[in-house]
Design a protein around this ligand. Structure first.
Ligand SMILES: [Ca+2]
Ligand SMILES: [Ca+2]
Length: 137
């Protein structure tokens, strides 16, 4: 089930067996809803719009260039974003906060057929429900 929950409130989840007399084990997990849990694949020149779903949300995108050259990775929109570029070992090697506006923009020479990870977060770690559009050019 999906519900919007508010900070400082107490919530109860009642779990019961479909069969009144039934017993058995079950697992229960509460996760924050994210539009980017598995990581999205970024395609050259194909903008992708996602949300900072909750405070502290960091969306991760995967990009594998087909040619070695300089690429520009940036967001557009009204959300103040921060971007971090990492290599296939998830080691960050470039980051940016603001470019000509509050969107980040990273220009870097990337190697063909290497996997890169782009992490997008909001500059304001309390921000949520804020959209941005990510593009690699
Ligand atoms: Ca998200
Ligand atoms: Ca920014």
């Amino acid at each position: 089930m999906t519900s919007e929950l508010y900070g400082g409130q107490v919530y109860y989840v009642k779990v019961f067996h479909y069969d009144e007399a039934g017993t058995g084990n079950y697992g229960l997990r509460v996760v924050q809803n994210d539009d980017n849990i598995a990581g999205d694949t970024l395609v050259l020149n194909s903008p992708i719009t996602r949300l900072i779903n909750y405070a502290g949300d960091q969306d991760v995108f995967v990009f594998t260039p087909s040619t070695t050259r300089s690429y520009v990775i940036k967001t557009t929109g009204s959300t103040d974003t921060v971007g971090v570029l990492s290599d296939s070992n998830n080691d960050p090697f470039a980051d940016n906060d603001d470019s000509t506006d509050l969107n980040f923009s990273i220009a870097y020479t990337l190697t063909a057929n290497q996997t890169y990870y782009i992490r997008v977060k909001a500059y304001n770690s309390n921000l949520y429900n804020a959209s941005y559009t990510l593009i690699v050019q």
